[in-house]
Design a protein around this ligand. Structure first.
Ligand code: NAP
Length: 281
């Protein structure tokens, strides 16, 4: 029940009508008896700054930030935690000192890592491919380059952005990073790739993306780890192909719940148990 003791947490993005985050966070809030409510605000870009400062001054506990505002909020917050400042992407904000200070965090990085580790992926000497170069891709790339992998390939539709990421990360990476110009010409390199992460909206139930896959149809995904960040729908074209070929599957829902748990920890200092919400979602 909403009462005057409850403080708000908002998810901001555009479009976000499909979001499952309120279901997850309100479940955690109830489970841990917090006087809070998690609400969804679909905000047009022209109103973003005004909305952010209003929520800050209205006593909100914090925010989750989703597509396409993670970089914009990175530029608005007063302070950044270390990883958010490296990946230049903020998906979680906490307001401190009665709304005088905002700190930006990135829980996508730990969300990516936990989602992959939970499926038993052994990082040593592995080759990985990240598709995309937006905020989610930067988080995935940062998570990967801190592991003992052999090689990381990055592909993005707009190559300039992939190159920018290479420049951002090459001197803090434990592994070699290579830009792929065209996925159709990757040749036998695909045989050695162990983990593929889709960090684009291809496969999502928006625009005409639902029937699209980020990878060529003729790739054999047998025994590879296939991780699709898209969760609406969960069984994207990529996930269906992975299942058909005999790949190990990591879904956007795994990621959504894991990053949500780390956000909850930032707001309430409790890392929630995710087993029940996984079943519900
Ligand atoms: P973003 O910053 O807007 O980046 C989007 C990326 O997708 C860019 O690299 C863009 O390429 C690429 N892209 C967009 N449309 C494309 C198309 N038609 N063909 C090929 N590439 C295309 O978005 P983001 O925050 O990184 O999010 C990316 C996806 O991950 C979204 O679907 C989001 O919902 C999902 N995500 C899920 C979770 C989760 O918890 N499950 C968490 C984070 C993100 P260009 O550079 O060429 O434009």
């Amino acid at each position: 029940m909403i009462n005057s003791y409850k403080r708000a947490i908002a998810l901001i993005g555009y479009p976000i009508k499909h979001s499952l985050s309120s279901k997850i966070q309100n479940y955690f809030i109830k489970e841990y008896g917090k006087e809070a409510v998690y609400l969804i605000f679909e905000i047009a870009e022209k109103n973003l700054k005004e909305a952010f400062y209003s929520m800050k001054s209205l006593g909100f506990i914090g925010l989750n930030v989703t597509m396409p505002y993670k970089e914009k909020i990175y530029n608005i917050v007063d302070e950044l935690d270390e990883t958010a400042s490296i990946v230049k992407s903020v998906n979680t904000v906490k307001f401190f000192r009665d709304g005088k200070v905002s700190i930006g965090y990135n829980t996508d990085i730990n969300g990516v890592l936990l989602s992959i580790n939970n499926k038993g992926f052994d990082w040593i000497n592995k080759e990985c491919l990240v598709i995309g170069a937006g905020g989610a891709a930067r988080s995935a790339i940062f998570a990967i380059i801190k592991q003992p992998v052999k090689k990381l390939y990055i592909y993005n539709r707009t190559q300039k952005k992939a190159k920018k990421i290479l420049n951002m990360f090459s001197n803090i990476s434990n592994s070699k990073i290579e830009i792929v110009r065209n996925l159709n010409n990757i040749g036998s390199k695909i045989d050695n790739i162990d983990l593929i992460i889709n960090c684009t909206p291809l496969g999502m139930d928006i625009s005409n993306y639902k029937n699209l896959s980020p990878i060529p149809d003729d790739w054999n995904l047998k025994n590879k780890y296939i991780f699709d960040m898209v969760y609406n729908p969960v069984d994207t074209k990529l996930i269906k192909k992975g299942m058909k070929d005999g790949a190990k599957i990591i879904t956007g829902i795994d990621m959504l719940i894991n990053q949500a748990a780390f956000s909850f920890k930032i707001w309430f200092n409790i890392l929630p148990n995710i087993n029940n919400i996984k079943k519900i979602i």
